[in-house]
Design a protein. Structure first.
Length: 95
């Protein structure tokens, strides 16, 4: 889970709390209510040790011995686009 308040009940109940950046602190793609891909740009730097979700997952994979050849969120988006092909809702994910 990612949670802005480590003292909140949800964070206290979790076995693991990752310092993940919130939506305004990362470059990301979201599917909007119309089912279309929408890009979001980083507005603020993440606080403290917080990281982009993609970096957390890539580092976790490497730590458990399953490193991927991907290094950035952009690499991940390009990999998704190559894997799924021309899906209307994902148009532009790799740009």
């Amino acid at each position: 889970m990612t949670e802005p308040c480590p003292a909140c009940a949800l964070a206290q109940a979790a076995d693991v709390v990752l310092a993940g950046a919130c939506w305004v602190e990362k470059e990301a793609c979201y599917t909007n209510a119309a089912g279309l891909l929408q890009a979001g740009s980083r507005v603020l730097p993440p606080p403290g040790d917080a990281l982009d979700d993609s970096l957390i997952l890539l580092r976790l994979n490497a730590a458990i011995g399953h490193a991927l050849p991907l290094r950035t969120a952009d690499d991940i988006r390009k990999d998704i686009a190559a894997a799924v092909g021309p899906v209307p809702g994902l148009a532009g994910i790799d740009s």
